[in-house]
Write a protein that binds this ligand. Structure first.
Ligand SMILES: Cc1cc2nc3c(=O)[nH]c(=O)nc-3n(C[C@H](O)[C@H](O)[C@H](O)COP(=O)(O)OP(=O)(O)OC[C@H]3O[C@@H](n4cnc5c(N)ncnc54)[C@H](O)[C@@H]3O)c2cc1C
Length: 386
């Protein structure tokens, strides 16, 4: 590693505060929210009061100015206990807020970012469509200019945070013309959830992240004013890539947190569960597996912190963020598998937290860049002509 960092005293205190909050306010309810698909609005509001939604944003926009590394620490602690809460926070900040911070006008920041940073509202980012996810050039949603603004038509798929009582806007990618023959001009528009013609559908039935809000969004002659355009016409692909760079650090932090949660449950269980006359931790097949998991979590955490520290230093993060997400998300899937094996039959019971971790882990290797797309990103950064 060529970039040194150390958590500050404030960041260590933040970790402690978030650990206590997650254990007291989330852990007792996570199973129930998961079973019933309940969106934890009250908890998100409390996280707002704690300042978590504004950690990454400057004070002039309602934030705490603490930066990406502090935000990664917070997300890790939330995902250690519950991934649905963590992704709600991660998506609002990284997908909803960050594009407005990086590309928005002063008026857009005041209108949309300030309430989000204060935790009064949450934001969403809609790129994926039923026919397109990884390849943003395959968009089919359109936005056409009319005298009074923009008229959007199309459907977005699998969008997080767009249909809750806290949802305020959905930053939406759309084709606004042709850049050159056969090449679409992609733009990004801020769509308020009360815009005419904006129609969030009912929540999907998902494998995991049950308490996180995920919907299809229909834009049926959806009208937004001219000032809804983020940055300028044709900036959509650039905004998409920059947003994902930051979002991937957050998802990677969630992977580390989920893996740490699996490890903590497994260590407690291995010391307590007896087989053949002794705790199963006495068997090296169990304890070595957990020791190796600990080492891999430490390595992934180092990658996440490095990517976040690079971001805070204003340095390029594309490769570091992709690598951190690749390693941490695949590790999360492995950790959930290890935890289930160590817990034996009990790990298969919904009464334990392990099935929830197991179901929540896999999406981390898919959302905000699949593992394959991340390898493409890294390969290109290496100069490979893929
Ligand atoms: C719960 C959930 C929440 C989500 N939230 C959001 C959100 O808030 N906003 C949003 O815009 N999207 C969201 N998504 C969508 C998510 O980002 C996409 O599902 C993801 O980017 C993958 O796109 P896809 O599903 O279209 O898969 P595809 O792009 O169709 O990929 C399918 C498979 O093909 C592989 N593949 C594709 N292209 C290549 C290639 N060039 N080389 C090698 N392999 C390739 C992929 O790696 C994958 O394995 C969410 C998805 C889920 C499940």
């Amino acid at each position: 590693m060529d970039f040194a960092f150390e958590l500050s005293e404030d960041q260590r205190a933040l970790r402690q505060t978030l650990r206590e909050f997650a254990e007291a306010e989330i852990a007792p309810h996570a199973a129930e929210w998961d079973r019933t698909g309940t969106f934890p609005a009250q908890t998100v509001r409390k996280l707002g009061e704690l300042g978590v939604m504004g950690l990454a944003f400057p004070e002039q926009y309602g934030g705490l100015g603490a930066g990406a590394l502090s935000f990664a620490v917070a997300l890790e602690e939330l995902a250690r206990v519950d991934s649905s809460v963590a992704i709600t926070v991660a998506a609002s900040v990284s997908l909803g807020g960050v594009p407005i911070l990086q590309f928005g006008s002063e008026a857009q920041k005041q209108k949309w970012l300030v309430p989000l940073a204060r935790g009064e509202t949450i934001g969403a980012f809609a790129s994926t469509e039923p026919g397109m996810g990884s390849d943003v050039q395959g968009l089919s949603t359109t936005a056409r200019e009319d005298g009074a603004g923009w008229v959007i038509n199309g459907t977005k798929a699998y969008i997080t945070n767009a249909g809750t009582e806290l949802s305020s806007f959905v930053t939406t990618t759309a084709i606004t013309g042709e850049r050159s023959p056969g090449r679409p001009e992609v733009s990004t528009l801020i769509v308020p959830v009360d815009a005419p013609g904006f129609e969030p559908q009912k929540p999907y039935a998902k494998m995991g992240w049950h308490a996180s809000d995920t919907r299809e969004l229909v834009y049926a002659d959806c009208r937004v004013p001219a000032e809804a355009m983020l940055r300028e016409r044709g900036a959509g692909a650039r905004i998409f890539l920059a947003t994902l760079d930051v979002g991937r650090i957050g998802v990677a932090a969630m992977g580390v947190g989920l893996a740490q949660g699996c490890l903590d449950h497994s260590v407690a269980w291995a010391n307590q569960r007896c087989a053949f006359g002794q705790p199963i931790a006495k068997y090296q097949a169990v304890s070595f597996e957990l020791a190796e998991l600990k080492a891999r979590i430490d390595a992934a955490r180092g990658m996440v912190f490095r990517a976040a520290a690079l971001k805070d230093a204003g340095k390029p993060v594309t490769e570091a963020a992709a690598a951190a997400k690749l390693m941490a998300s695949e590790l999360a899937v492995h950790a959930a598998n290890v935890a289930m094996q160590v817990h034996g039959g009990y790990g298969y019971m919904e009464e334990s937290a392990i099935p929830r971790f197991y179901r929540d882990a896999k999406i981390l290797t898919i959302g905000e860049g699949t593992s394959e797309i991340l390898k493409l990103v890294i390969a290109r950064q290496m100069g490979l002509s893929v």
